[in-house]
Design a protein around this ligand. Sequence first.
Ligand code: ZN
Length: 500
Amino acid sequence: MSALSVEEFERRLEQYGIERSEEARAVRVGEKETSEQAAIVARYADLFTREQLDVLRAAEPDAAGAERESVARLRLACQDGVVTKELAEREDALENALLAARVPWDGGELPLRSAQARLATEPDYRRRDTLGATVLEVSAALNDERRSLLAARHELESAVTGIDDPVARNEAEKDVLLRPIADAVDTARVESTKAFTPSRERWLDRLLGPERDDTPTSAHMAWIRRMSPLEATYTKERSVPVCLATLRGMGFDLESESGIRTDLEDRPQKAPRACVIATDPPRLVHLITRAMGGLHDYEAFLHEAGHALHYAGCDPALPLAFRRLSRDHALTEIYSFLLDSISEEPDWHAEHFGLDEAVARENAEAAAFSSAILFRRYSAKLGFELAFWGRFPADGGTPDGYEERLTAATGVRYPAENYLGDMDAGFYSADYLRAWIRSAQLRAHLRREVGRDWWRRPGTGELLRGLFREGTRPTSEEIAARIGFDPLDTTALVDELTAA
Ligand SMILES: [Zn+2]
């Protein structure tokens, strides 16, 4: 079989992406009980051959500027497909094992995902501890298969790219260096520790109650992030209308965005984490959330709305590479981080929940604490992942340092057995951290250009729409340059983390 031309490859890859996204969506929202990605990959097997990869590689040096980047992204998609084709059945099997896994609880059993969701709403501290330990035990039973899949992917990626070092390989794909990012966020974390420590003690006391352990386990993180004791104010029912009104303040009418489909229903097999699946941007973008009550619903909705508006706001005339493909997720996370940070604005709490100034400030502080502990967790996670992958070719993957690093950074104990369940593919942690730095820079820029209450001004929407038009094309670092910052300048971030 002969390989396709660059244009033919692009058209067929688009179809492949649409089918893969719709399958992932169906499983994610609980419409389907089993994942059948492997069947789709098999149907498009002709896209993912060494021969096809050679055609795309050969076309790259002849192209210039945007065209060259477009061909490079097609080549990366082909590379990824060559690897995925070999692993799709095993990856489906792991996904299906996770769907089938049951957690014994209260004399009955819960699907693993429901049990994970339950951790956010179980009000009793000791019961959360027990449930968290049981969830971890069930999840960790799949660690051997997780590790073996990582090893298989590493072997295949080394062969396809010719780069044996997993860190260097990912840097080549993202086109950015990872260790300077880790250094910058480590420094920012250390600089803000003095402000974080008293805030952690205060909020852990308040959220977990007097019986809490000095260093509670990560079983409580979903409860902490949900700000469950504030649930009476931040109800499940109001989350959608309040978030829609918030977006309207910036000039975004989510309901009239023709490309965005929302799925806000509750189903037992629906994954608890909110997400956006950009099936065919800007024409079809799914926004999926599972409200459970609590402030986190509002943050999750605004976060995903940032992704959805970004994808649905791109110029439809852009090529596939700049509508749907990207080297990583660092760009789109800037917009989701920006929007979910609105929960750190005291006036937003006062305006939408009728709170007096002191309570509004207190609750905004809770949101800032939740964001700070997450930043610290991710900064430590990137350090762990760099070490994990740095030694992976020699030791095949060990939990060394996971528990120590994450626990020291957060003051919450992250058990070593979760080191694989907690690992997102392709150094996603670095993408989040770039977005943490960048969204703080962007907020500083918006405060200057639009006003201190940028989050309720149409000027913010106008500025964002201009960026959204460009789709996935710019890098996170290019956005820094446009708003006048060095990419690794963490001054704005540290200022926010240390604000009294
Ligand atoms: Zn996101």
